[in-house]
Design a protein around this ligand. Structure first.
Ligand code: IPM
Ligand code: MG
Length: 369
C-alpha cells in the first residue's frame, strides 16, 4: 500500500548507526506484519561524511534529501572532529539539511510514559501524564543570522558575533502552525521569547499576537524564555504547545526531555511547508546527540529514534494507525520493565540497544497478531 515511497537514511556518527539499525529492524518487522514497505537510500552525514568526502554532507545526498518522501537521521558530531573547520564540522551537515530543505518547523513532543516515571529526576506528581509539544523554529534566528564570525577590529581586539534575526514571514508561519497543532490538542499555546531584552523578542511577540487573531478558539499566552525554563521543571503540566525560536527551542527541548526521564526518549519531526498536494519535506531524528562515550557499545537507547519513525509514519505517510501501534509497542516494552542504561532503575531488566529493538518488534508482532 505504500509502494514506491522513498526514504533517505542518514545514520551519522556515534550511536547514530546503532539506533538507526533498530529502526530498520522495526521497519522489517512492520513490512512482514503490516505490509508497510519503503525504498531506502542510505547516505552519509556529519563526521562520517567528512571522513569519506571532506564535507559534512555531499551535494548528491542533498539532492536525495530533496527528492525522497522522508529523511531519517541518527545523530552527528563527536570529539574526533573538534578541530575541523566550522563549515565542515558534523553539525554543519545537519544545519544544511534543515536550511536547504526549509524544515522550518521542529516538533519535539515530550510525553511521560507511566512506566518511566521513576526514571525522571522530578517528582512523580509533577510529571505523571505529561504530554506537551515544543514547536521550535528551525531555519532562522541566531543559528543562521548574518553577520556572524570571529573578527579582529582595527585596534587589534578580537570579538565573536552572531545575529539573532527573524522576518515577519518566518515568525508568522511557525505561529500559524503552533495554533493549528494546538487546535488538535488542548487548545493552548505559550509563545516564548525575551521581549524584555531583545528587539527580535518584541517583534516575535507582536507577530504571534497578530496571527492569533485568526485563531480565536485557541488560548495564547506569552512567557519569557528564562521563566519558561523554570516553569518547565516547576509545573510542566501547565503547558500544551510551546512555540519558540531556534535557540530557545534548542535549550527548552533539552530541558523538556529530562522531564520524560532521558534524552534517549525524545523524538522529533522537522517539517517544511506543504505543497499543493499536501506533501511536505520532512526529516525525523531523535533529540539526543551522538553520545560518543558509549558509541559502539550496544548501550544506547533506540526508543527516541524508533518514536521518530512513528512520527514519520504519522506526518509523512498519514499512517496514524501504524504510528499508534508502534507507540503502543514502545509503551508495552517499557511496561515489561525493559530498560537501556539511561532509563534503568531498581528492579528493572537491563537490555542492550539490540535487545530493546528486538523487544519492540516482538511486541509489534503481538499487536498486529
Ligand atoms: C539539536 C542539536 C543541534 C542543534 C546540534 C547538533 C547542531 O542540539 O538538534 O537540538 O543545536 O540544533
Ligand atoms: Mg539541542
Amino acid at each position: 500500500m505504500t509502494a514506491n515511497k522513498k526514504m533517505l537514511f542518514l545514520p551519522g556518527d556515534g550511536i547514530g548507526p546503532e539506533v538507526m539499525d533498530q529502526v530498520k529492524r522495526v521497519m522489517d518487522g512492520m513490512a512482514k506484519s503490516r505490509a508497510v514497505n519503503f525504498d531506502i537510500i542510505d547516505g552519509l552525514v556529519g563526521g562520517a561524511c567528512y571522513d569519506a568526502h571532506g564535507c559534512a554532507v555531499t551535494d548528491e545526498t542533498m539532492t536525495d534529501a530533496m527528492n525522497v518522501d522522508a529523511v531519517m537521521l541518527g545523530a552527528v558530531g563527536g570529539p574526533k572532529w573538534d578541530d575541523v573547520a566550522r563549515q565542515h564540522r558534523p553539525e554543519a551537515g545537519l544545519l544544511r539539511l534543515r536550511k536547504d530543505m526549509d524544515l522550518y518547523a521542529n516538533l519535539r513532543p515530550a510525553i511521560v510514559f507511566d512506566a518511566l516515571i521513576d526514571a525522571s529526576t522530578l517528582k512523580a506528581d509533577v510529571i505523571s501524564g505529561l504530554d506537551i509539544l515544543i514547536l521550535r523554529e528551525l531555519t532562522a534566528g541566531v543559528y543562521f543570522g548574518e553577520p556572524r564570525g570571529i573578527e579582529t577590529l582595527a585596534d587589534g581586539t578580537r570579538r565573536g558575533l552572531d545575529t539573532q534575526v527573524y522576518t515577519e514571514a518566518e515568525i508568522e508561519r511557525i505561529a500559524r502552525l503552533a495554533f493549528e497543532l494546538a487546535g488538535k490538542r488542548n487548545g493552548r499555546v505559550t509563545s516564548s521569547e525575551k521581549a524584555n531584552v531583545m528587539e527580535s523578542g518584541v517583534f516575535w511577540r507582536e507577530v504571534v499576537t497578530n496571527v492569533h487573531k485568526d485563531y480565536a478558539d485557541i488560548e495564547l499566552n506569552h512567557m519569557y524564555a528564562d521563566n519558561c525554563a523554570m516553569q518547565l521543571v516547576r509545573n510542566p503540566k501547565q503547558f500544551d504547545v510551546i512555540v519558540t525560536d531556534n535557540l530557545f527551542g534548542d535549550i527548552l527541548s533539552d530541558c523538556a526531555a529530562m522531564l520524560t526521564g532521558s534524552l534517549g526518549m525524545l523524538p522529533s519531526a522537522s517539517l517544511g511547508e506543504a505543497d499543493e498536494s499536501g506533501r511536505r519535506r520532512a526529516m525525523y531524528e531523535p533529540v539526543h546527540g551522538s553520545a560518543p562515550d558509549i558509541a559502539g557499545e550496544d548501550k544506547a537507547n533506540p526508543l527516541a529514534t524508533i518514536l521518530s519513525y512513528a512520527m514519520c509514519l504519522k506526518y509523512s505517510f498519514d499512517m496514524t494507525e501504524d504510528a499508534a501501534m508502534l507507540e503502543t509497542a514502545v509503551e508495552d516494552v517499557l511496561g515489561q520493565g525493559l530498560r537501556t542504561p539511561d532509563i534503568m532503575s531498581d528492579g528493572m531488566t537491563a537490555v542492550s540497544t539490540t535487545q530493546m529493538g528486538e523487544a519492540v518488534v516482538t511486541e509489534l508482532d503481538k499487536l498486529a497478531g
